[in-house]
Design a protein around this ligand. Structure first.
Ligand code: FES
Length: 105
């Protein structure tokens, strides 16, 4: 199995609480800072496809501004309502000064 680290930003570029749109291999995603941790997730809500850039981030979760579904940014699980559609998330690793998405195949 191989692993690739794709740099998406430098640590100093991302402000606390920032939700930054990024592109990953032609796919729209979000880079999110919360509580000193970084997360990468799909940009579109898995409920009805609204842009999560306008979502509210707190306690390592993002809440969609449309119907209020909440997703765990580490696991992608829908926490409200429980058992709702999961959000796609990707593992993040800090390598030196770079925030990288870890891709395995
Ligand atoms: S579109 Fe996001 S909760 Fe409905």
């Amino acid at each position: 199995m191989g692993v690739t680290y794709v740099p998406v930003a430098r640590v100093g570029e991302i402000k606390p609480g920032e939700v930054k749109p990024i592109e990953l291999g032609g796919r729209e995603a979000l880079l999110v800072e919360n509580g000193g941790n970084y997360y990468v997730c799909d940009r579109l809500c898995p409920h009805e496809g609204v842009d999560l850039r306008t979502g509210v981030v707190e306690q390592a979760q993002i809440r969609c501004a449309n119907h209020g579904y909440r997703f765990d940014l580490a696991t992608g699980a829908c926490t409200m309502p429980p058992g709702g559609p999961p959000l796609t998330v990707l593992p993040v690793e800090i390598r030196g000064e770079e925030i990288c998405v870890k891709l395995e195949w």
